[in-house]
Ligand binder design. Sequence first.
Ligand code: TMP
Length: 213
Amino acid sequence: MTAKAYSTTASPEFVFQKLNEIGVPTHFVRRLNMREQLIREVEIIPLEVVVRNVAAGSLATRLGIEEGTQLPRSIIEFYYKNDKLNDPMVSEEHITAFGWATTQEIDDMIALAIRVNDFLSGLFLGVGIRLVDFKMECGRLWDNDMVRIVVADEISPDSCRLWDIKTADKLDKDRFRRDMGGLIEAYTEVARRLGIMSENEPPQGTGPVLVKS
Ligand code: TMP
């Protein structure tokens, strides 16, 4: 296990803690202090898994669908993590042919993505926010000879599209990407609605927590 410094505004472990609670495996173990969290060491699969519920961003542009159109069902896409190539979208054929993941691992990633999407959609719906789309990453976690796929990296308003249900206001990083301003206010609003304490508030101690690894 390794300790990782953490940085983004809204408590990044909040989602991972909740996912662990409902039995979705993640690399997250627990927060150590205000700056670090304990995570399991995983081998990151070089793919971004994007789940879309509503047309927006690159999907809207690529397919000429008006932003905000509800998709007929949730759509899962894979992007190859490569900054030089601008993270191109890839098919399952590319993924298996180039050995980035096996067919079984792709199935596991899709199953995890669906569970995370269902969970997050409900979580945000409960606080008046529409989960338009999000990006997640997965890693291989070794347990002796066994390897399993877990959700890794971070899921935060940096990697989600979140729109207010009533006003359709954007409460995510598109405010920065599209030069709209009000990013901090939007993130603060998401954190407030979710009841996540701000970084400046004192932690509410819950006492020692037993960790099984
Ligand atoms: P896109 O519409 O630009 O392809 O983005 C889809 C979702 O993935 C959106 O919620 C933002 C997120 N995303 C990232 O977190 N990192 C990235 O590098 C990209 C391209 C998208």
